[in-house]
Design a protein around this ligand. Structure first.
Ligand SMILES: NC(=O)c1ccc[n+]([C@@H]2O[C@H](COP(=O)([O-])OP(=O)(O)OC[C@H]3O[C@@H](n4cnc5c(N)ncnc54)[C@H](OP(=O)(O)O)[C@@H]3O)[C@@H](O)[C@H]2O)c1
Length: 252
């Protein structure tokens, strides 16, 4: 119950890694805003909130629909969070992201916008909307990828967006540290989710082979445990870091 009394926002928490993160924060006592974007995911987001309510441990959940590629997403998410839980926010997990896998010669300016608007611009402006309500010691956790540091064919745009996210993480850690907040990024390796289904099978097989711990794929809970620790008081002296949560696939 280390997060009792805390208010958290987890973007992209209707499914995949984000849903598991939202549940883990609530299991530790936090009140959580579950954010989804596609109409078909509304029922999934409601299911996450219903599981949270069933914990009956003082945690709570609320849902909001917002498209992170749109500039009003941050305001919408903050308004819903304030309406449900009041005017302070303690934890922001910028998890929503989109994958892109295409050769350079087929990549268009529209592709660039569709990836960067969600993975970079959206995160920056959601964070901007949250910071005025962030109670010290606030926690901002940005979900990057091992792809930010590795050279893999056809992933230039995705990798560039995640490397950009990590640069943003370090600069915001410098800027917000004075207010008592920490800002970190987490780099999952290949992890079981819908997104992984879109990664080429030969790449996933290579990644499993190169993963020292158990030569297996990551599970959403492997990542959620690290996110929950970063959200906790115990991580107070860690800021501006990119933490590889990949079973050793990516070693710094
Ligand atoms: N899975 C992996 O192997 C892996 C590896 C490294 C990094 N990551 C990173 O981990 C994060 C979560 O990945 P995942 O595998 O759980 O992905 P996922 O299964 O594809 O789920 C993506 C989540 O993001 C939301 N989302 C997508 N576009 C959005 C938008 N424009 N506005 C708001 N929300 C949006 C989706 O909402 P809807 O349900 O409404 O569509 C969904 O909740 C991503 O940042 C990803 O880059 C994943």
């Amino acid at each position: 119950m280390s997060l009792q009394g805390k208010v958290a926002i987890v973007t992209g928490s209707s499914r995949g890694l984000g849903a598991t993160m939202a549940l883990e924060l609530a299991r530790r006592g936090a009140k959580v805003t579950v954010v989804y974007t596609s109409p078909r995911s509304e029922s999934l987001a409601k299911e996450v909130v219903s599981k949270i309510k069933n914990f009956s441990n003082g945690s709570d959940g609320t849902i909001v629909q917002a498209d992170q590629s749109k500039l009003d997403a941050g305001e919408k998410i903050v308004a819903a969070t304030r309406a449900a839980f009041g005017d302070t926010i303690d934890i922001l997990v910028n998890n929503a992201g989109v994958l892109f896998e295409k050769p350079l010669l087929e990549t268009t300016p529209e592709d660039y916008a569709s990836i960067f608007d969600v993975n970079v611009r959206g995160v920056l402006f959601i964070t901007k909307a949250v910071v005025p309500y962030l109670r010290s010691p606030g926690r901002i956790i940005n979900i990057s990828s091992v792809g930010s540091r590795m050279g893999m064919e056809n992933l230039a745009l995705y990798a560039a967006s995640k490397a950009g996210l990590e640069g943003m993480t370090r600069c915001l850690a410098a800027e917000l540290g004075d207010a008592g907040h920490t800002v970190n990024s987490v780099q999952p390796g290949p992890t079981e989710s819908d997104m992984l289904d879109d990664v080429p099978k030969d790449l996933v097989a290579m990644q499993k082979k190169m993963t020292p711990v158990g030569h297996r794929l990551g599970r959403p809970d492997d990542v959620a445990q690290v996110v929950a620790w970063l959200a906790s008081e115990e991580s107070r002296w860690v800021s501006g870091q990119a933490i590889s949560t990949s079973g050793g696939f990516l070693m710094h």
